[in-house]
Design a protein around this ligand. Structure first.
Ligand SMILES: NC(=O)C1=CN([C@@H]2O[C@H](COP(=O)(O)OP(=O)(O)OC[C@H]3O[C@@H](n4cnc5c(N)ncnc54)[C@H](OP(=O)(O)O)[C@@H]3O)[C@@H](O)[C@H]2O)C=CC1
Ligand SMILES: O=C(O)C(=O)Cc1c[nH]c2ccccc12
Length: 494
């Protein structure tokens, strides 16, 4: 029988981070991942030139700082290497080809029956959850007394000679009948049994698992999660006491509904599909959105000969990355408003006034905007110099599209061959987490304010919604693992 304590959805940095923390604490858990690899956003949806914005000391996962010889600002491939090392170091491995054919909760017996098919060897094993151990006999053939009604007992009945360990009885109500040495020792074993070290080997990510539904069953006090195996097209049901949502802020690429977009004659892509400028050379390309994706993609395009324009329709902070690094260190000692004032001052000294290029500074500071609205300042990688030299054109919001013509809010109409929407992401969590109300608002962001945003009611957690980058993830997952450990310890003691 396999039983899990913690179910983690998403094998990105947060899912892997929490797996490492839980592994260290020997808390069994299962990670569900719909893709065929961990950190799929980094491996599949990040463009070639992408580098971490913040220095490596702010970008590590729990229990594994970056190597002293690692670059200060890791490239995408360096970070993926780090993630892969992390996965092997903490033995977080996928388990393929073990398919649970059915999992049903038997109300009458209060037990779960789980049928697992190993699709490679084509064998089916049935697991049952709770047992009754009768320790009456001695030697020879185990003796089980003839208790009236025993044959109709709805739970499991076994003789002490069949007992192996307390493993399958964890958290179950078990009656040991008989107080000889067998009964006494089995009672002790049941009571003190903790997952042995080998159990760590069973902590694996489940790839190709797309979670379609999760809801809290009040009666059982457990989370019920349905996941579709996208390889063999079957639905599996998982049950867990704790649910960690590690699917993050960047769920689904968002493309705004612009009038005429569906009849646009050129190419359309979201920034998450952009890999390199190769296919855009000598093309007229419009990048919509002035977040970090839009700014970096515009720079990449312009550097390799695309005729590049960017839509900037609202105010945005522009900083250089060292300002944020210094700011993050200063935040340990000074208030957010002081640090914001310093960073804004440094930005003013560096860029002076960019309003003649269509870039205006918001009134609220960069760290405040990041913390309250999740809006990141633009960490300039060279884009601003290209905007100042007019190699990249800044355009206002789009009003509508007419075939290959794009009409802007200032009524200017221009032709484009391609549009890249760097318009951000929408969270998809509320689509499958039916009881999101325990932890999230409708927009997929936490109900609780920082610093307890990661904890919800009924043992649900969100592991990467602090809007503070990898450092935020790292802090959240340590807090979550500690919280789960504390609840489990309290349960054991009561
Ligand atoms: N190297 C790295 O580490 C990188 C990190 N990132 C991070 O990834 C996260 C996601 O970034 P990103 O993909 O840029 O998404 P963001 O959500 O940060 O930015 C989306 C941008 O699109 C604009 N936008 C949205 N709708 C429209 C519209 N209809 N017309 C015009 N503009 C629109 C928004 O501005 P508004 O709505 O105000 O007009 C905003 O500027 C961020 O945290 C970012 O910092 C991103 C790239 C590289
Ligand atoms: O994750 C982002 O949005 C970044 O670009 C890096 C980042 C992480 N934490 C921050 C705090 C303030 C400004 C930028 C970041």
């Amino acid at each position: 029988m396999e039983e899990t304590i913690v179910l983690v959805v998403g094998a990105g940095p947060a899912g892997l981070g929490i797996a490492a923390c839980l592994t260290k604490k020997s808390i069994p858990h299962i990670i569900l991942e719909k893709e065929d690899c961990c950190a799929s956003l980094w491996k599949k949806r990040t463009y070639d030139r992408c580098h971490l914005h913040l220095a490596k000391e702010f970008c590590s996962l729990p229990l594994k700082p970056h190597a002293p010889h690692a670059k200060k600002y890791l490239g995408k491939d360096d970070f993926i290497d780090y993630i892969d090392e992390y996965v092997s170091e903490f033995d977080i491995r996928p388990r393929y080809f073990k398919s649970v054919e059915s999992a049903s909760f038997d109300e009458a017996t209060g037990k779960w029956l789980v049928e697992t098919k190993n699709t490679l060897q084509k064998v089916t094993i049935v697991f049952v959850a709770s047992f009754l151990v009768i320790a009456t006999g001695e030697n020879g053939k185990g003796y089980i007394p003839d208790i009236p009604g025993l044959k109709d007992f709805k739970g499991d009945v076994l003789h002490s000679s069949e007992y192996k360990s307390g493993r399958e009885f964890k958290d179950k109500n078990v009656l040991v009948v008989g107080c000889g040495n067998s009964g006494m020792q089995i009672s002790y074993d049941l009571c003190i049994w903790e997952p042995p070290l080998q159990l760590l080997l069973e902590i694996r990510s489940r790839y190709f698992h797309s979670v379609e539904f999760a809801s809290f069953d009040e009666a059982k006090g457990k989370w019920i999660v349905e996941a579709k195996d996208t390889l063999v097209k079957v639905t599996r049901v998982f049950v867990a006491s704790f649910l960690v949502v590690a699917t993050g802020e960047n769920g689904k690429g968002y493309i705004p509904n612009i009038p005429g977009l569906k009849d646009f004659k050129g190419d359309i892509m979201h920034s998450s599909e952009y890999k390199s400028s190769r296919e855009f050379q000598d093309k007229n390309v419009l990048v919509v959105g002035c977040g970090n994706s839009g700014m970096e993609i515009s720079y990449d395009l312009c550097n390799s000969g695309a005729n590049t324009s960017i839509v900037i329709r609202n105010m945005v902070h522009v900083v250089i990355r060292e300002m944020i690094i210094v700011g993050m260190h200063l935040l340990k000692y000074f208030s957010l408003s002081t640090v914001d004032a310093l960073v804004t001052f440094a930005s003013r000294l560096t860029y002076w006034n960019l309003s003649k290029y269509g870039i205006c500074r918001p009134n609220e500071g960069p760290f405040l905007l990041k913390a309250t609205k999740g809006r990141s300042p633009v960490l300039d990688v060279g884009t601003i110099a290209e905007i100042q030299s007019r190699k990249i054109k800044v355009l206002p919001g789009i009003e509508r599209i007419n075939k290959s013509k794009i009409i802007f809010e200032d009524k200017v109409a221009l032709n484009f061959d391609a549009i890249i929407f760097a318009t951000g992401y929408k969270s998809t969590t509320c689509e499958w987490l039916k009881d999101y109300d325990y932890i999230l608002n409708k927009d997929g962001f936490p109900k609780n304010r920082f610093p307890t945003h990661w904890k919800g009611n009924n043992n649900v957690y969100c592991a990467r919604l602090s809007r503070m980058g990898l450092q935020g993830i790292s802090k959240d997952v340590i807090a979550i693992a500690n919280d789960i450990e504390m609840i489990l310890r309290t349960r054991l003691c009561s």
